[in-house]
Design a protein around this ligand. Structure first.
Ligand SMILES: *Cc1c(COP(=O)(O)O)cnc(C)c1O
Length: 404
């Protein structure tokens, strides 16, 4: 009885950033105070430090701090000279910014479907797409239907697990494509060969949006690259393309990261591996609890590829009767989210691409079946078990979940 009332009082928000902040507040306040004292808000020493640290962390040579993950993608595309008449192959099952930035350059997003187990872009689908819908014209790979030149491949490491990059990199090499990794959700993720997210492509793009594993106190992002010339080009485009100042050989933008954000991130970076480890531990607790709950075909837990280091920015399950389950969980005090309810090829703004329902069946199915559960580091095992019990109760068709 006491156990039961304990359960019904339980609240499990999808994300609560306060306990993380409370644990590091003195250090964060001190660096914010130091920036205030310095009154150097733009491209100061904290930015330089962060760029060097994230580059090293990601096993790359150069880091360019930017204003958001979205701007990291946009800057990478601009630096690779992608624009009108060009096209970029990517996934329709991702956050909007992935294809949104491609379209903003004037280039055309070309979608390929995902692998159902990982939700990441399917290398087999990319290969088929290139074979069936593209052709070589001299140096160029041309998308036949639109006449655009396919310049790049933009895989997304969704939910914090890397796409297996070998087959994608091989395709890019064969077809002369540049590779931009949307690693917004994946900082610190590794494959079985211990290669870091962001280190595979021409440019790796990170987001420090507060909900990511490494979150700023506002918007921030960063590009990493091994290529010195590309790094320098991104640095120039980050400040309107002016070099020297007021001399513009290129049209860039204001893509700068704030010194205050860099200062916060330099503190938080010290804790990132520990936080990601605790997320993975929470995922293991969920996996085991779901296995014990015996929910059969009602719930499929996330697939972690063997040997891969998954950082669990999200813990996403596939479920039956998803929308009803979500309501049930909300009533039980459990926060959830749907990432993402409408695949990008079915978004109104991309109607000009001419897609219809059925074009990317795995992305469409994922959009209907997936549900993200709370996974942040400070959750207690009791909270995690409560989530699983609440889901069990839903499929048992019973009233409020009881513990035990
Ligand atoms: C968060 C995210 C972005 C955009 O990052 P912002 O910092 O919010 O601009 C891009 N792609 C993916 C996959 C993301 O999850």
């Amino acid at each position: 009885m006491t156990e039961k009332s304990h359960s019904s009082a339980m609240r499990v928000p999808l994300l609560d950033l306060k306990p993380q902040y409370q644990a590091i507040a003195p250090r964060v306040r001190a660096v914010i105070e130091a920036v205030c004292e310095s009154q150097q808000f733009i491209l100061g020493p904290e930015v330089t430090t962060l760029e060097a640290r994230i580059a090293a962390y990601s096993h790359t040579r150069h880091g360019i701090g930017v204003s958001s993950g979205t701007d990291a993608l946009l800057l990478a595309l601009m630096a690779l000279d992608i624009g009108p008449g060009d096209a970029v192959i990517t996934t329709p099952y991702t956050f909007f910014a992935t294809a949104g930035t491609v379209a903003r350059t004037g280039a055309r997003p070309l979608f390929c479907d995902i692998e159902p187990e990982t939700f990441n872009i399917s290398a087999a689908a990319v290969r088929t797409f290139i074979e069936r819908h593209c052709e070589r014209r001299g140096e160029a790979l041309v998308h036949r239907a639109s006449g655009t030149r396919v310049k790049a491949l933009m895989p997304v490491h969704l939910y914090g697990q890397l796409c297996p990059m070998e087959p994608l990199l091989a395709l890019a090499r064969e077809s002369g494509l540049r590779v931009i990794e949307d690693a917004a959700q994946a900082i610190g993720a590794r494959d079985a060969g211990a290669h870091q997210a962001g280190s595979f492509g021409d440019v790796g793009c990170f987001s420090f949006f507060p909900t990511k594993n490494l979150g700023a106190f506002g918007d921030a992002g960063l590009c990493v690259t091994q290529d010195e010339a590309l790094a320098e080009h991104m640095r120039v485009l980050r400040v309107h393309g002016g070099k020297p100042k007021y001399h513009h050989a290129f049209i860039g933008g204001n893509f700068r990261i704030d010194e205050l954000q860099a200062a916060v991130l330099n503190v938080k970076l010290d804790y990132l591996d520990d936080w990601s480890r605790r997320r993975a531990e929470n995922a293991r607790i969920y996996d085991e609890a779901f296995a014990r709950a015996g929910l059969g075909a009602n719930v499929a837990t996330p697939t972690a590829l063997p040997g891969f280091h998954h950082i669990y920015n999200q813990y996403v399950i596939r479920v039956r009767r998803r929308d009803q389950l979500r309501e049930h969980l909300a009533a039980a005090g459990v926060g959830t989210e749907i990432y993402y309810p409408i695949p990008l090829h079915l978004q109104k703004c991309f109607a000009y691409l001419g897609h219809a329902e059925g074009d990317f069946p795995e992305s469409e199915r994922a959009a209907k079946e997936t549900l993200a559960l709370p996974i942040y580091p400070e959750l207690t095992p009791e909270q995690l078990h409560y989530v699983v019990e609440s889901i069990g109760a839903f499929y048992a068709g019973s009233a409020p979940p009881a513990r035990g």
